[in-house]
Design a protein around this ligand. Structure first.
Ligand SMILES: Cc1cc2nc3c(=O)[nH]c(=O)nc-3n(C[C@H](O)[C@H](O)[C@H](O)COP(=O)(O)OP(=O)(O)OC[C@H]3O[C@@H](n4cnc5c(N)ncnc54)[C@H](O)[C@@H]3O)c2cc1C
Length: 421
Protein backbone atom coordinates (compact mmCIF):
# COMPACT_ATOMS: atom_id res chain seq x y z
CA UNK A 1 0.00 0.00 0.00
CA UNK A 2 1.48 3.36 -1.04
CA UNK A 3 1.30 5.74 1.91
CA UNK A 4 -0.33 9.12 1.44
CA UNK A 5 1.56 12.10 2.88
CA UNK A 6 -0.68 13.28 5.75
CA UNK A 7 -4.03 11.92 6.94
CA UNK A 8 -6.06 14.16 9.21
CA UNK A 9 -9.01 12.39 10.78
CA UNK A 10 -11.73 14.71 12.06
CA UNK A 11 -12.91 17.88 10.34
CA UNK A 12 -13.82 20.02 13.33
CA UNK A 13 -12.03 23.29 14.05
CA UNK A 14 -8.90 21.46 15.29
CA UNK A 15 -8.54 19.23 12.23
CA UNK A 16 -9.33 22.08 9.82
CA UNK A 17 -6.76 24.35 11.46
CA UNK A 18 -4.12 21.61 11.21
CA UNK A 19 -5.07 21.14 7.55
CA UNK A 20 -4.63 24.87 6.96
CA UNK A 21 -1.09 24.91 8.39
CA UNK A 22 -0.05 21.97 6.22
CA UNK A 23 -1.86 23.11 3.09
CA UNK A 24 -0.24 26.56 3.35
CA UNK A 25 3.17 24.85 3.52
CA UNK A 26 2.37 23.00 0.30
CA UNK A 27 1.93 19.58 1.95
CA UNK A 28 -0.64 17.18 0.48
CA UNK A 29 -3.37 16.62 3.09
CA UNK A 30 -6.22 14.14 2.99
CA UNK A 31 -8.89 14.93 5.57
CA UNK A 32 -11.33 12.18 6.58
CA UNK A 33 -14.54 12.62 8.56
CA UNK A 34 -17.29 10.23 9.58
CA UNK A 35 -20.06 12.70 8.78
CA UNK A 36 -21.40 13.80 5.37
CA UNK A 37 -19.89 17.28 5.97
CA UNK A 38 -17.24 18.84 8.24
CA UNK A 39 -17.59 21.33 11.10
CA UNK A 40 -21.03 20.30 12.34
CA UNK A 41 -20.40 21.17 15.98
CA UNK A 42 -18.77 24.43 14.91
CA UNK A 43 -21.96 25.27 12.98
CA UNK A 44 -24.14 24.37 15.95
CA UNK A 45 -21.97 26.55 18.18
CA UNK A 46 -22.91 29.38 15.82
CA UNK A 47 -26.63 28.89 16.45
CA UNK A 48 -26.59 30.74 19.75
CA UNK A 49 -23.86 33.17 18.58
CA UNK A 50 -20.38 31.82 17.76
CA UNK A 51 -18.20 32.73 20.71
CA UNK A 52 -14.88 32.41 18.93
CA UNK A 53 -12.57 33.56 21.71
CA UNK A 54 -12.28 35.93 24.69
CA UNK A 55 -10.72 39.39 25.00
CA UNK A 56 -9.62 39.30 28.65
CA UNK A 57 -5.89 39.70 29.49
CA UNK A 58 -3.73 36.88 28.15
CA UNK A 59 -2.65 35.56 31.57
CA UNK A 60 -6.26 35.41 32.76
CA UNK A 61 -7.18 33.67 29.49
CA UNK A 62 -4.50 31.01 29.95
CA UNK A 63 -5.50 30.61 33.61
CA UNK A 64 -8.94 29.30 32.52
CA UNK A 65 -7.27 26.03 31.59
CA UNK A 66 -6.55 25.28 35.25
CA UNK A 67 -3.94 22.62 35.81
CA UNK A 68 -3.30 22.43 32.04
CA UNK A 69 -2.56 26.18 31.78
CA UNK A 70 1.23 25.80 31.73
CA UNK A 71 1.14 23.05 29.12
CA UNK A 72 -1.21 24.99 26.83
CA UNK A 73 0.49 28.39 27.19
CA UNK A 74 2.94 27.95 24.26
CA UNK A 75 0.12 26.77 22.01
CA UNK A 76 -2.01 29.77 22.95
CA UNK A 77 0.94 32.12 22.49
CA UNK A 78 1.25 30.76 18.96
CA UNK A 79 -2.49 30.99 18.14
CA UNK A 80 -4.34 32.85 20.89
CA UNK A 81 -7.27 35.26 21.01
CA UNK A 82 -5.54 38.08 19.10
CA UNK A 83 -4.21 35.83 16.32
CA UNK A 84 -7.58 34.09 16.02
CA UNK A 85 -9.37 37.39 15.48
CA UNK A 86 -6.80 38.34 12.84
CA UNK A 87 -7.27 34.94 11.22
CA UNK A 88 -11.06 35.43 11.02
CA UNK A 89 -10.47 38.93 9.63
CA UNK A 90 -8.25 37.35 6.95
CA UNK A 91 -11.24 35.24 5.90
CA UNK A 92 -13.35 38.38 5.60
CA UNK A 93 -15.11 37.88 8.94
CA UNK A 94 -14.90 40.87 11.28
CA UNK A 95 -15.30 40.23 15.02
CA UNK A 96 -16.40 42.33 17.99
CA UNK A 97 -15.95 42.19 21.76
CA UNK A 98 -19.28 41.71 23.57
CA UNK A 99 -20.21 43.10 26.96
CA UNK A 100 -18.72 40.13 28.84
CA UNK A 101 -15.52 40.48 26.73
CA UNK A 102 -16.51 37.42 24.73
CA UNK A 103 -15.55 37.71 21.05
CA UNK A 104 -18.06 36.99 18.27
CA UNK A 105 -18.18 37.42 14.49
CA UNK A 106 -20.08 40.62 13.73
CA UNK A 107 -23.03 38.64 12.36
CA UNK A 108 -22.71 36.12 15.27
CA UNK A 109 -22.82 33.21 12.80
CA UNK A 110 -20.46 30.30 12.13
CA UNK A 111 -21.66 29.40 8.62
CA UNK A 112 -20.06 32.29 6.66
CA UNK A 113 -16.76 31.74 8.48
CA UNK A 114 -16.80 27.99 7.80
CA UNK A 115 -17.74 28.58 4.15
CA UNK A 116 -14.85 31.00 3.59
CA UNK A 117 -12.47 28.69 5.47
CA UNK A 118 -13.35 25.59 3.40
CA UNK A 119 -13.10 27.62 0.21
CA UNK A 120 -9.52 28.61 1.15
CA UNK A 121 -8.61 25.02 2.09
CA UNK A 122 -9.88 23.73 -1.26
CA UNK A 123 -8.35 26.59 -3.26
CA UNK A 124 -5.27 27.82 -1.40
CA UNK A 125 -3.06 30.74 -2.42
CA UNK A 126 -0.19 29.96 -4.83
CA UNK A 127 2.33 27.65 -3.20
CA UNK A 128 -0.34 25.97 -1.07
CA UNK A 129 -1.69 22.47 -1.64
CA UNK A 130 -5.47 21.94 -1.86
CA UNK A 131 -6.90 19.82 0.98
CA UNK A 132 -8.72 16.69 -0.24
CA UNK A 133 -11.86 15.94 1.76
CA UNK A 134 -13.16 12.39 2.24
CA UNK A 135 -16.56 12.41 3.91
CA UNK A 136 -18.43 9.41 5.37
CA UNK A 137 -15.12 7.84 6.36
CA UNK A 138 -15.49 6.58 9.93
CA UNK A 139 -12.10 5.78 11.41
CA UNK A 140 -12.17 2.52 13.39
CA UNK A 141 -8.66 2.06 14.71
CA UNK A 142 -5.46 0.72 13.22
CA UNK A 143 -4.69 -2.37 11.14
CA UNK A 144 -1.96 -4.72 12.38
CA UNK A 145 0.65 -2.82 10.34
CA UNK A 146 -0.42 0.60 11.59
CA UNK A 147 -2.65 1.77 8.69
CA UNK A 148 -5.91 3.60 9.41
CA UNK A 149 -9.06 1.46 9.18
CA UNK A 150 -12.06 3.26 7.73
CA UNK A 151 -15.67 2.18 7.36
CA UNK A 152 -17.23 3.85 4.31
CA UNK A 153 -20.52 3.39 2.44
CA UNK A 154 -18.47 1.36 -0.08
CA UNK A 155 -17.13 -0.92 2.66
CA UNK A 156 -14.02 -1.04 4.80
CA UNK A 157 -10.65 0.07 3.58
CA UNK A 158 -7.24 0.86 4.97
CA UNK A 159 -5.14 3.98 4.44
CA UNK A 160 -1.43 4.23 5.23
CA UNK A 161 0.03 7.69 5.77
CA UNK A 162 3.49 9.04 6.55
CA UNK A 163 1.95 11.15 9.31
CA UNK A 164 -1.49 10.93 10.94
CA UNK A 165 -3.21 13.68 12.89
CA UNK A 166 -6.28 12.70 14.90
CA UNK A 167 -8.73 15.50 15.77
CA UNK A 168 -11.80 13.47 16.66
CA UNK A 169 -13.31 15.77 19.29
CA UNK A 170 -14.72 14.67 22.66
CA UNK A 171 -18.00 12.92 23.39
CA UNK A 172 -20.56 15.69 23.72
CA UNK A 173 -23.46 15.94 21.27
CA UNK A 174 -22.52 12.64 19.51
CA UNK A 175 -25.06 13.14 16.74
CA UNK A 176 -22.78 15.88 15.39
CA UNK A 177 -20.01 13.32 14.82
CA UNK A 178 -17.77 13.22 17.88
CA UNK A 179 -18.87 10.21 19.90
CA UNK A 180 -15.71 9.29 21.81
CA UNK A 181 -15.69 5.81 20.23
CA UNK A 182 -11.94 6.24 19.68
CA UNK A 183 -11.05 5.86 23.39
CA UNK A 184 -10.51 2.06 23.37
CA UNK A 185 -8.75 2.12 19.98
CA UNK A 186 -6.16 4.59 21.19
CA UNK A 187 -5.76 2.71 24.46
CA UNK A 188 -5.16 -0.46 22.42
CA UNK A 189 -2.55 1.50 20.48
CA UNK A 190 -0.76 2.17 23.77
CA UNK A 191 -1.83 5.78 24.44
CA UNK A 192 -2.80 6.86 27.93
CA UNK A 193 -6.39 8.14 27.73
CA UNK A 194 -8.32 9.59 30.69
CA UNK A 195 -12.02 8.66 30.75
CA UNK A 196 -14.16 11.20 28.88
CA UNK A 197 -16.43 13.04 31.29
CA UNK A 198 -19.06 15.75 31.00
CA UNK A 199 -17.74 19.33 31.23
CA UNK A 200 -19.79 22.52 31.04
CA UNK A 201 -22.77 20.37 31.92
CA UNK A 202 -25.99 20.37 33.92
CA UNK A 203 -26.59 18.41 37.13
CA UNK A 204 -29.40 16.37 38.68
CA UNK A 205 -30.42 17.40 42.18
CA UNK A 206 -31.26 15.36 45.23
CA UNK A 207 -34.88 15.34 46.34
CA UNK A 208 -36.27 17.73 48.91
CA UNK A 209 -37.13 16.17 52.29
CA UNK A 210 -39.75 18.92 52.63
CA UNK A 211 -41.70 17.42 49.73
CA UNK A 212 -40.80 13.79 50.44
CA UNK A 213 -39.21 13.41 46.99
CA UNK A 214 -36.24 11.03 46.76
CA UNK A 215 -34.66 12.82 43.82
CA UNK A 216 -35.33 15.87 41.68
CA UNK A 217 -37.75 18.75 42.10
CA UNK A 218 -41.27 18.36 43.46
CA UNK A 219 -43.76 17.62 40.65
CA UNK A 220 -45.25 21.08 41.10
CA UNK A 221 -41.89 22.88 40.78
CA UNK A 222 -40.79 20.80 37.77
CA UNK A 223 -44.05 21.42 35.92
CA UNK A 224 -44.18 25.13 36.61
CA UNK A 225 -40.51 26.14 36.47
CA UNK A 226 -38.44 23.70 34.34
CA UNK A 227 -36.82 25.74 31.57
CA UNK A 228 -37.07 29.03 33.49
CA UNK A 229 -34.00 31.09 34.45
CA UNK A 230 -32.80 32.29 37.84
CA UNK A 231 -31.65 35.79 36.98
CA UNK A 232 -28.78 37.50 38.78
CA UNK A 233 -27.95 35.10 41.52
CA UNK A 234 -24.59 34.07 42.95
CA UNK A 235 -23.43 30.47 43.31
CA UNK A 236 -20.68 29.07 45.48
CA UNK A 237 -19.26 25.56 45.93
CA UNK A 238 -18.43 25.03 49.61
CA UNK A 239 -16.13 27.86 50.70
CA UNK A 240 -15.03 28.68 47.13
CA UNK A 241 -15.54 32.15 45.60
CA UNK A 242 -19.08 33.22 44.70
CA UNK A 243 -19.75 33.69 40.97
CA UNK A 244 -22.62 35.85 39.72
CA UNK A 245 -24.83 35.31 36.73
CA UNK A 246 -27.77 33.20 35.63
CA UNK A 247 -28.73 29.56 35.57
CA UNK A 248 -31.76 27.57 34.52
CA UNK A 249 -33.99 25.00 36.22
CA UNK A 250 -34.35 21.76 34.22
CA UNK A 251 -36.79 18.88 34.66
CA UNK A 252 -34.34 17.10 36.95
CA UNK A 253 -31.99 19.79 38.21
CA UNK A 254 -30.03 22.76 36.91
CA UNK A 255 -27.92 23.91 33.95
CA UNK A 256 -26.78 27.15 32.30
CA UNK A 257 -23.68 29.33 32.10
CA UNK A 258 -23.24 29.86 35.84
CA UNK A 259 -23.50 26.13 36.53
CA UNK A 260 -21.09 25.36 33.67
CA UNK A 261 -18.55 27.72 35.21
CA UNK A 262 -18.57 25.57 38.36
CA UNK A 263 -19.09 22.22 36.67
CA UNK A 264 -15.51 20.93 36.96
CA UNK A 265 -15.46 21.56 40.73
CA UNK A 266 -18.94 20.09 41.17
CA UNK A 267 -18.17 16.99 39.09
CA UNK A 268 -14.99 16.32 41.05
CA UNK A 269 -16.75 16.73 44.39
CA UNK A 270 -19.49 14.32 43.37
CA UNK A 271 -16.87 11.79 42.23
CA UNK A 272 -15.08 12.12 45.59
CA UNK A 273 -17.97 12.46 48.03
CA UNK A 274 -21.06 11.16 46.24
CA UNK A 275 -22.80 14.56 46.28
CA UNK A 276 -21.86 18.24 46.01
CA UNK A 277 -23.47 21.20 47.71
CA UNK A 278 -24.09 24.35 45.74
CA UNK A 279 -24.96 27.45 47.76
CA UNK A 280 -27.39 29.81 46.06
CA UNK A 281 -27.50 33.50 46.98
CA UNK A 282 -30.87 34.61 45.59
CA UNK A 283 -30.20 38.32 46.23
CA UNK A 284 -26.49 38.96 45.69
CA UNK A 285 -27.03 42.75 45.58
CA UNK A 286 -28.36 42.78 49.16
CA UNK A 287 -26.31 42.22 52.32
CA UNK A 288 -27.39 39.52 54.76
CA UNK A 289 -28.24 42.28 57.28
CA UNK A 290 -30.49 44.07 54.82
CA UNK A 291 -32.28 40.83 53.91
CA UNK A 292 -32.72 39.96 57.58
CA UNK A 293 -34.13 43.43 58.33
CA UNK A 294 -36.55 43.39 55.39
CA UNK A 295 -37.80 39.87 56.08
CA UNK A 296 -38.31 40.70 59.77
CA UNK A 297 -40.14 43.95 58.98
CA UNK A 298 -43.73 43.69 60.29
CA UNK A 299 -45.96 42.64 57.38
CA UNK A 300 -49.37 43.24 58.93
CA UNK A 301 -52.06 41.42 56.99
CA UNK A 302 -49.95 41.02 53.82
CA UNK A 303 -49.21 37.50 52.66
CA UNK A 304 -45.61 36.31 52.94
CA UNK A 305 -45.21 36.34 49.15
CA UNK A 306 -46.39 39.91 48.71
CA UNK A 307 -44.21 40.92 51.69
CA UNK A 308 -41.09 39.38 50.04
CA UNK A 309 -41.97 40.84 46.66
CA UNK A 310 -42.68 44.27 48.08
CA UNK A 311 -39.66 44.59 50.37
CA UNK A 312 -37.04 42.59 48.45
CA UNK A 313 -38.39 42.13 44.91
CA UNK A 314 -38.22 38.40 45.49
CA UNK A 315 -40.86 36.37 43.64
CA UNK A 316 -41.37 33.85 40.81
CA UNK A 317 -38.86 31.03 40.52
CA UNK A 318 -36.73 32.40 43.38
CA UNK A 319 -39.66 32.24 45.76
CA UNK A 320 -40.55 28.80 44.42
CA UNK A 321 -37.00 27.60 45.16
CA UNK A 322 -37.37 28.74 48.76
CA UNK A 323 -40.61 26.75 49.03
CA UNK A 324 -38.72 23.72 47.61
CA UNK A 325 -36.01 23.91 50.23
CA UNK A 326 -37.76 25.16 53.37
CA UNK A 327 -40.56 23.69 55.43
CA UNK A 328 -43.68 25.78 56.07
CA UNK A 329 -42.42 26.59 59.55
CA UNK A 330 -39.00 27.67 58.30
CA UNK A 331 -40.62 29.91 55.65
CA UNK A 332 -42.40 31.72 58.47
CA UNK A 333 -39.31 32.05 60.65
CA UNK A 334 -37.67 35.36 59.68
CA UNK A 335 -34.14 34.30 60.69
CA UNK A 336 -34.23 30.96 58.86
CA UNK A 337 -35.85 32.49 55.78
CA UNK A 338 -33.33 35.36 55.59
CA UNK A 339 -30.44 32.88 55.94
CA UNK A 340 -31.86 30.72 53.13
CA UNK A 341 -32.32 33.71 50.81
CA UNK A 342 -28.58 34.45 51.10
CA UNK A 343 -27.36 30.83 51.15
CA UNK A 344 -29.77 28.11 50.09
CA UNK A 345 -28.07 24.72 49.72
CA UNK A 346 -28.79 22.62 46.63
CA UNK A 347 -27.52 19.05 46.77
CA UNK A 348 -26.33 17.77 43.40
CA UNK A 349 -26.16 14.03 42.87
CA UNK A 350 -24.72 13.59 39.37
CA UNK A 351 -23.65 15.46 36.26
CA UNK A 352 -25.93 15.01 33.25
CA UNK A 353 -24.54 12.49 30.70
CA UNK A 354 -21.56 13.60 28.58
CA UNK A 355 -23.69 13.41 25.43
CA UNK A 356 -25.74 16.36 26.71
CA UNK A 357 -22.75 18.43 27.83
CA UNK A 358 -21.26 21.38 25.93
CA UNK A 359 -17.83 19.74 26.04
CA UNK A 360 -15.97 16.85 27.58
CA UNK A 361 -13.08 16.60 30.00
CA UNK A 362 -10.56 13.77 29.86
CA UNK A 363 -9.03 12.38 26.68
CA UNK A 364 -5.49 11.69 25.52
CA UNK A 365 -3.20 12.64 28.41
CA UNK A 366 -0.67 15.28 27.45
CA UNK A 367 1.98 13.18 29.22
CA UNK A 368 1.49 10.55 26.48
CA UNK A 369 2.55 13.15 23.89
CA UNK A 370 5.73 15.08 23.23
CA UNK A 371 5.92 18.87 23.05
CA UNK A 372 4.68 18.78 19.42
CA UNK A 373 1.58 16.71 20.41
CA UNK A 374 3.04 13.56 18.84
CA UNK A 375 2.49 10.23 20.63
CA UNK A 376 5.71 9.41 22.46
CA UNK A 377 5.35 5.70 21.70
CA UNK A 378 4.03 6.06 18.16
CA UNK A 379 6.13 8.37 15.99
CA UNK A 380 4.12 10.07 13.26
CA UNK A 381 0.81 10.01 15.21
CA UNK A 382 -0.35 13.47 16.36
CA UNK A 383 -3.43 14.41 18.40
CA UNK A 384 -5.25 17.76 18.65
CA UNK A 385 -8.44 19.46 19.82
CA UNK A 386 -11.01 18.53 22.42
CA UNK A 387 -9.84 14.90 22.41
CA UNK A 388 -6.83 16.05 24.43
CA UNK A 389 -7.08 15.95 28.22
CA UNK A 390 -7.79 19.61 29.06
CA UNK A 391 -10.97 21.41 29.97
CA UNK A 392 -12.10 25.01 30.15
CA UNK A 393 -15.29 26.92 30.82
CA UNK A 394 -17.50 28.33 28.06
CA UNK A 395 -16.51 31.78 26.82
CA UNK A 396 -14.60 31.01 23.61
CA UNK A 397 -11.87 29.03 25.41
CA UNK A 398 -12.89 25.70 23.88
CA UNK A 399 -12.72 26.79 20.26
CA UNK A 400 -9.52 28.77 20.83
CA UNK A 401 -7.70 25.83 22.43
CA UNK A 402 -9.03 23.37 19.86
CA UNK A 403 -7.79 25.54 17.01
CA UNK A 404 -4.52 26.42 18.75
CA UNK A 405 -3.73 22.75 19.33
CA UNK A 406 -4.66 21.96 15.71
CA UNK A 407 -2.23 24.60 14.44
CA UNK A 408 0.46 23.44 16.87
CA UNK A 409 0.12 19.78 15.91
CA UNK A 410 0.11 20.81 12.22
CA UNK A 411 3.47 22.53 12.79
CA UNK A 412 4.65 19.37 14.52
CA UNK A 413 3.69 17.28 11.50
CA UNK A 414 5.62 19.66 9.22
CA UNK A 415 8.78 19.34 11.31
CA UNK A 416 8.34 15.56 11.55
CA UNK A 417 8.04 15.20 7.75
CA UNK A 418 11.05 17.45 7.16
CA UNK A 419 13.14 15.52 9.67
CA UNK A 420 12.10 12.26 8.00
CA UNK A 421 13.21 13.71 4.67
C1 LIG B 1 -24.05 23.36 21.62
C2 LIG B 1 -22.59 23.72 21.64
C3 LIG B 1 -22.21 25.05 21.57
C4 LIG B 1 -20.86 25.41 21.63
N1 LIG B 1 -20.52 26.71 21.55
C5 LIG B 1 -19.21 27.07 21.66
C6 LIG B 1 -18.82 28.43 21.56
O1 LIG B 1 -19.65 29.34 21.30
N2 LIG B 1 -17.51 28.75 21.77
C7 LIG B 1 -16.56 27.78 22.02
O2 LIG B 1 -15.39 28.11 22.21
N3 LIG B 1 -16.89 26.47 22.03
C8 LIG B 1 -18.19 26.10 21.86
N4 LIG B 1 -18.52 24.77 21.88
C9 LIG B 1 -17.44 23.77 21.98
C10 LIG B 1 -16.71 23.60 20.63
O3 LIG B 1 -17.65 23.50 19.59
C11 LIG B 1 -15.82 22.34 20.67
O4 LIG B 1 -14.96 22.41 21.77
C12 LIG B 1 -15.00 22.22 19.37
O5 LIG B 1 -15.85 22.04 18.25
C13 LIG B 1 -14.02 21.05 19.45
O6 LIG B 1 -13.31 21.01 18.25
P1 LIG B 1 -12.62 19.68 17.75
O7 LIG B 1 -12.16 19.96 16.34
O8 LIG B 1 -11.64 19.20 18.73
O9 LIG B 1 -13.79 18.58 17.71
P2 LIG B 1 -15.19 18.55 16.95
O10 LIG B 1 -15.64 19.90 16.58
O11 LIG B 1 -16.07 17.71 17.80
O12 LIG B 1 -14.85 17.79 15.59
C14 LIG B 1 -14.49 16.43 15.59
C15 LIG B 1 -14.70 15.86 14.19
O13 LIG B 1 -14.25 14.52 14.18
C16 LIG B 1 -15.17 13.70 13.49
N5 LIG B 1 -15.04 12.34 14.03
C17 LIG B 1 -15.25 11.91 15.29
N6 LIG B 1 -15.03 10.59 15.38
C18 LIG B 1 -14.67 10.18 14.13
C19 LIG B 1 -14.29 8.93 13.58
N7 LIG B 1 -14.24 7.80 14.32
N8 LIG B 1 -13.95 8.86 12.27
C20 LIG B 1 -13.99 9.99 11.49
N9 LIG B 1 -14.35 11.20 11.96
C21 LIG B 1 -14.67 11.28 13.27
C22 LIG B 1 -16.51 14.34 13.80
O14 LIG B 1 -17.48 13.99 12.82
C23 LIG B 1 -16.17 15.82 13.79
O15 LIG B 1 -16.35 16.40 12.52
C24 LIG B 1 -19.87 24.40 21.78
C25 LIG B 1 -20.25 23.06 21.84
C26 LIG B 1 -21.60 22.70 21.77
C27 LIG B 1 -21.99 21.26 21.83
Amino acid sequence: MNPIEVAIVGGGPAGLMAAEVLSRAGVAVDLFDAMPSVGRKFLLAGKGGLNLTHAEGFDAFVGRFGERAAALRPLLEHLGPAQLRAWAEGLGIATFVGSSRRVFPTDMKAAPLLRAWLQRLRHPAPGGAPVRFHMRHRWQGFTGDGALRFATPQGEHAVAARAVLLALGGASWPRLGSDGAWVPWLRDAGLDVAELQPANCGFDIAGSPVHGVAEGWSAHFAQRWAGQPFKTVALRVDDGPAVRGEFVATATGIEGSLVYALSAALRERIARQGTATLWVDLLPDHTAERVQAEVAHPRGSRSLSSHLKGRLGLDGIKLALLHEGLSREAMHDAAQLARAIKALPLTLVRPRPVGEAISSAGGVRLEALDAALMARDRPGLFVAGEMLDWEAPTGGYLLTASMASGAWAGQGVLRYLRAAG
